[in-house]
Design a protein around this ligand. Structure first.
Ligand SMILES: [Zn+2]
Length: 590
């Protein structure tokens, strides 16, 4: 529907361009019921006699309620035009119009009539594509431009995007309340340097909001308002307990979900025509969707959405990979080792025969690169590490130089803060990752502590040519951090030690208990570690692991050896969702 407001904005737009483009005058009397949109690139701009140009219509984030026709400095900047040849009152009133373009008139009429007549929130009519792509370049253009910008230019871009985000976020009740309570006023935030004045929040705060304002919370105000007038997608955190936490995506958020991943694939060396296998199920979890969309929509890579091993058994996954020429696989380390084993045991083949370009994985706290080396040996190709959450899409990824994960700086502003004080820490110091997603409006994210522990390792230019800062491997979850006798202990930091002896399965679980002896309190950590069925002896194993863990964690801990498979349940292994590594029993009544 064309509203009075839209007509007014369109008239303003026309007068703004009339200095450079001839416009006839029948518009003022017209009361079109619908207006169709044509992209300039698709339509010939030859203006015939009696033509009317409806110009500068920028339906950014159009959700039926609010179309923005602003930012029209010159004719050259106009993204969308409407050309009514011989536009007359009658043709406008019937909602019909003809567009001068190269396609047959019949096709044109069909498309345009649909655009004019539909009351449905069609996805591909819901986004101002030229503006979107100008701000968020496609992978190869991105690699030649923004990716190589100087730190100053990146900062200026972040600043501009951040200030626009702030304008939107001040209208969001979730932030109004939190920022108001912290005594922050709109005038206090003049640039991205002021971001530290804004309080940090966590997913717990979103959960509380959603519990108080079910089902999606006031943080989703714009998402809910758009339901029915603009397409929405909903993905969730991979919660292992209770209801998962919903996050909505509008068209821009959904496009960025795929585009960020595609940039990673391109920079790592994926090319159009490649076949990429995605052994993960497209469900409420975002991962498979994100990779699929990146391959399909932004790379011209053929995605094989084989689903997890439950949907397509591992043997069939491999048969498909061999038969259809898989060149890239995106999966988690555990499953990649499983696939290599099944190939050997059930097919009598070596996965190195696939001659993959590379593997995309999530190496977690593989600080000594032992897991990477194991996978690269098994598969005979490079393994690139990634970091993401369902809100971010791909947040950070390794380029071909494997020297830290580059933050996706133009999409998200990343800070690393002290877990206790919330204040930013210097590069090289581990802390909580705090994200501000610069493009998100349908559920805006401003300073969310994702409670993942990382450190910024490099701020200089990478050998790949990019100044996009690089972070360490994911070092663990800070909400599972425990203070043990004054030392911060991260259960994920046990990984290297546990894997250092081939007799273990590489799985472990930490318990923290409080003992009182003669009135003195002492906290102890007991780490259960699985031993392989095939291990010929356990001699010295417990002592070796305890020694190595003491060195890695900085505190003395006890090790208990358990049989292979004993931790499946408690550590949530081999299922959807992240493994659990810690139970803090200090506050439990005995
Ligand atoms: Zn690089």
């Amino acid at each position: 529907m064309v509203t009075e407001r839209m007509l007014q904005r369109t008239r303003t737009a026309i007068s703004a361009v009339s200095a450079t483009a001839p416009v006839t005058s029948s518009f003022n009397q017209a009361r079109p019921r619908e207006i169709a949109f044509m992209s300039r690139s698709r339509a010939s701009l030859r203006m015939g006699r009696g033509s009317t140009l409806f110009a500068g219509v920028k339906p950014t984030r159009s959700n039926g309620r609010r179309r923005q026709f602003d930012r029209l400095p010159s004719f050259q900047k106009i993204d969308w035009v409407l050309i009514f040849v011989d536009a007359s009152l009658s043709s406008l009133e019937t909602g019909r119009s003809r567009v001068v373009n190269k396609r047959s008139r019949e096709d044109t009429m069909l498309q345009e009539e649909q655009q004019a007549a539909t009351a449905l929130p069609i996805y591909h009519l819901s986004l101002d594509w030229p503006s979107f792509l100008a701000e968020n370049p496609v992978p190869d253009v991105f690699e030649r431009t923004m990716w190589r910008w100087s730190p100053d230019r990146i900062r200026a871009m972040q600043n501009e995007r951040f200030l626009k985000l702030m304008t939107a976020a001040w209208g969001n009740p979730f932030y109004q309340k939190r920022w108001g309570a912290a005594g922050v006023e709109p005038g206090d935030i003049k640039s991205i340097d002021d971001i530290v004045k804004l309080p940090i929040f966590t997913s717990e705060d979103i959960k509380d909001d959603q519990a108080a304002n079910p089902p999606f919370g006031v943080i989703h105000t714009e998402g809910i308002a758009g339901l029915g007038s603009e397409p929405r997608k909903l993905q969730t955190s991979g919660g292992t307990t209770g209801m998962p936490r919903p996050t909505m995506f509008g068209p821009i958020e959904w496009e960025m979900n795929g585009l960020t991943f595609a940039r990673g694939i391109y920079i790592q060396g994926g090319r159009p025509g490649d076949v990429q296998q995605i052994p993960a199920t497209a469900s409420l979890a975002n991962f498979a969707w994100c990779v699929y969309k990146g391959c399909h929509d932004y790379m011209g890579i053929l995605p094989l959405t084989t689903g997890s091993g439950i949907v397509t058994p591992s043997r069939r996954q491999l048969e498909i990979a061999f038969a259809w020429g898989t060149r890239i696989i995106t999966s988690f380390p555990e499953y990649l080792t499983q696939l290599a084993k099944v190939a050997r045991d059930e097919l009598g083949r070596d996965v190195r025969e696939l001659k993959l370009r590379f593997l995309q994985s999530f190496l977690g706290p593989d600080v000594d690169n032992s897991l990477r080396k194991q996978l690269e040996d098994l598969w005979g190709c490079p393994v690139y590490d990634h970091y993401g959450t369902h809100e971010l899409g791909l947040g950070a990824f390794e380029c071909q130089h494997q020297s830290g994960m580059h933050f996706m700086e133009d999409a998200t502003y990343f800070e690393v803060v002290d877990p206790d004080t919330g204040m930013p820490v210097a590069p090289g110091v581990a802390g909580d990752l705090v994200v501000t997603i610069l493009y998100r409006r349908v559920l805006p994210i401003v300073r969310m502590n994702v409670r993942d522990l990382v450190r910024i390792e490099h701020t200089d230019r990478c050998a790949c040519g990019s100044h996009y800062r690089r972070m360490s491997k994911f070092l663990g979850r800070s909400d599972s951090m425990v203070k043990l006798r004054g030392t911060n202990v991260y259960p994920m930091a046990c990984l290297s030690a546990v894997k250092s002896d081939p007799r273990t399965t590489g799985e472990w679980f930490c318990y923290v208990d409080r003992h009182t002896r003669d009135g003195a309190i002492r906290d102890e950590m007991l780490i259960q570690i699985e031993v392989r069925k095939t291990a010929d002896s356990r001699t010295g194993l417990k002592e070796n692991l305890e020694r190595r863990l003491h060195a890695d964690l900085g505190v003395r801990v006890d090790v208990e050896l358990v049989d292979e498979g004993a931790l499946t349940e408690i550590a949530n292994l081999g299922r959807e969702g992240k493994p659990r590594r810690l139970m803090d029993r200090r506050n439990l009544r005995k």
